[in-house]
Design a protein around this ligand. Structure first.
Ligand SMILES: [Zn+2]
Length: 612
């Protein structure tokens, strides 16, 4: 939250959301105060994403995303609020305040992280030097055998960890204290020995691949063993998690690939470092790999910041494996557009490129299959889809995949496609398929909430929010000659709603109550910064984004009348039910009272109707 007086507030005052959003989304003027463009948060072909220049917020009529300039940058860059504030400040050119730590412990933590980064940089250089030494001949041979030339070795800063584990300690020990060495993840030690003399390098006789964070700083290593001896440990050994390395938040090669991913608008996702380096070396710079852990949700979000299109090129032998399914499922849930590149059996990307060359890989990329086409094909080979039973089995195989798709519309399309491709001509089965495919949505569907809001409710929301029109409002009012000086839509709406409770039982009841409670006319607060449930937040944003009709006394009066009528009709229906109940109970006293109320209601309602 940005509060008056704090840095975020200052930044928000000076940042123009249209300009900031414009850095990411191509915006076109779409109204007096609105700009529209393609939503960056969901896939669409016609713009339903709007930015309100006066009220300084955005709202998507497609997926419902909305918020202020910070929430936009936060969501798009997948960063925290303080980071978003700093990012916007930088874009606007506001000097950042000096980082201040909340506690000595926090300052200490930042210091030790800095130390670890420095240590990893030093270790990277050490491993590189070692690779050039005579003792590393077998390491250089191995790399040559994998087709890596000097340029790639330098680019990925590949090195060699010598067999003797004390050298690294001696090199780093001169510069860093023992506590830091132990915290780095680079060393092992025998528990009983307390002195630093017992520390030795975790990585011995291994090719060292540095793992860098997004800005290119080395934060961990993967070591590929060069020893045939099984006692030398696993083939690939990764740094443990440390204060600077969290494996579920790092995609290997993202630092080198991110520009290409953005430019080409797709990423190639492979399984291991070697595959990643080979694909990169062959000239496909938009390649990343998860390293040391399975691809997870954070990886998907991280990647999604650069492009929502991905070609997944995993080892074909693992195509059916759970990990692959999980990866693809995660990408589907994050609304990626996925293609699957399946190489011939026995080929991983590294081997494929070395044997068949770059052109063949480029061709294979081009021919990569849409994920759902690929799934349908798998279903067709796995089940005898000529028989009705086979069709049902195939459908049941496909459904869980379809149900992961967040968009209901896409799910419905997929259901139709599946019915067609599996040759489902039974109306019952195809309907069931479409029903099941779209059903998942009933709990998770992000239906545009504004659909349920009537025109009258919308006008009342606008009236209540009208007091706090931000910049420029005074000018506009004074420019409107002849406007009734007495007309105060906020006060009028506030009075009608709170005295008669006209909004009881409406979808907007909670929202209107929140606006009443906030008393914006008095406080001048921004309605968009009220703490509201997500659905209300969306209704409010959608309503305020569409303030095209001028708020006149007639319009407001008409809206209040409409709500009054609905309110009475609602009471009418309630009474009907209560009368039926009283009749059943034969409670004549209550019955008489209800019937009197009903008559009065009928009279009032016909009066309301007559006045229209
Ligand atoms: Zn959207």
């Amino acid at each position: 939250m940005a509060n008056p007086g704090d840095f975020a507030y200052t930044v928000k005052q000076q940042a123009d959301i249209v300009r900031i959003v414009g850095d990411y989304v191509k915006l076109k003027k779409a109204g007096a105060q609105n700009y529209a463009g393609l939503c960056p948060f969901h896939q669409e072909k016609t713009p339903s994403f709007s930015v309100h220049a006066t009220r300084q917020f955005y709202h998507c009529f497609g997926c419902g995303a909305s918020g202020d300039v910070f929430s936009f940058v936060q969501k798009l860059e997948n960063i925290t609020f303080p980071e978003a504030v700093r990012a916007v400040a930088q874009k606007v050119g506001i000097p950042l305040p000096k980082i201040s730590y909340n506690s000595p412990a926090e300052a200490e933590e930042a210091r030790s992280r800095g130390k670890l980064l420095e240590m990893h940089e030093r270790a990277t250089e050490f491993f590189r030097e070692q690779l050039r030494r005579p003792e590393a001949a077998h390491a250089r041979e191995y790399l040559a055998g994998r087709g890596l030339d000097q340029e790639m070795i330098a680019r990925f800063r590949i090195g060699f960890a010598p067999e003797r584990g004390f050298i690294l300690r001696d090199v780093l020990g001169g510069q860093f204290d023992e506590e830091a060495l132990r915290a780095s993840g680079l060393f092992s030690w025998k528990e009983e020995a307390a002195q630093s003399a017992s520390l030795y390098s975790k990585f011995r006789n291994r090719i060292m691949f540095p793992i860098a964070n997004e800005s290119g700083r080395v934060i961990a290593f993967t070591g590929r063993t060069l020893s045939a001896d099984e006692k030398a440990g696993p083939k690939y050994l990764n740094s443990p998690e440390t204060a600077i390395y969290s494996k579920s938040r790092v995609l290997f090669n993202l630092d080198l690939a991110k520009e290409a991913i953005r430019k080409l608008d797709y990423a190639i996702l492979v399984e291991g470092q070697m595959d990643c380096i080979s694909v990169f070396a062959a000239g496909f710079h938009n390649v990343v790999a998860s390293s040391g852990t399975a691809f997870n949700e954070l990886h998907a979000k991280l990647l999604g910041r650069f492009s929502k299109n991905v070609v997944v090129n995993f080892d074909p032998d693992t195509a059916g494996a759970n990990a692959t399914e999980r990866t693809l499922g995660l990408l589907v849930s994050e609304e990626f557009h996925i293609k699957v590149l399946t190489l011939e059996a026995g080929f991983d990307p590294d081997l494929f490129i070395r044997r068949k060359g770059r052109e063949a890989y480029a061709q294979a990329l081009k021919n990569a299959q849409n994920y759902f086409d690929y799934l349908i094909e798998r279903a067709r080979t796995q089940f005898p889809v000529r028989s009705p039973e086979g069709k049902v089995k195939a459908v049941n195989f496909l459904l869980p995949h379809v149900q992961r798709v967040p968009s209901r519309i896409v799910r419905d399309e997929l259901a139709r496609e599946i019915a067609q491709k599996l040759g489902i001509d039974s109306a019952v089965l195809s309907q069931e398929l479409r029903h099941a495919a779209t059903k998942r949505s009933s709990t998770q569907l992000k239906a545009p909430a504004e659909a349920q809001v009537t025109q009258a409710e919308r006008i009342l929301i606008r009236a209540l929010a009208s007091a706090s029109q931000v910049q420029g409002e005074e000018d506009r009012i004074s420019a409107r000659d002849g406007v009734d000086e007495e007309f105060d839509p906020a006060r009028q709406a506030q009075f009608a709603l709170s005295s008669e409770r006209l909004h009881d039982g409406l979808a907007t009841e909670g929202l209107l109550d929140a606006l009443l409670r906030a008393d914006l006319a008095e406080t001048g607060a921004d309605p968009l910064s009220l703490p509201l449930p997500e659905a209300d937040q969306r209704r409010l944003a959608a309503t305020l984004m569409q303030e095209d009709e001028e708020l006149t006394p007639e319009l407001l009066e008409g809206a209040i009348e409409a709500l009054r009528r609905r309110h009475l009709q609602r009471r009418q229906r309630q009474i009907q039910v209560q009368i039926a109940e009283a009749e059943r109970r034969q409670d004549s006293a209550v019955l008489g009272q209800l019937i009197r109320e009903k008559l009065e209601l009928d009279r009032t309602l016909s009066g309301v109707a007559a006045r229209e």
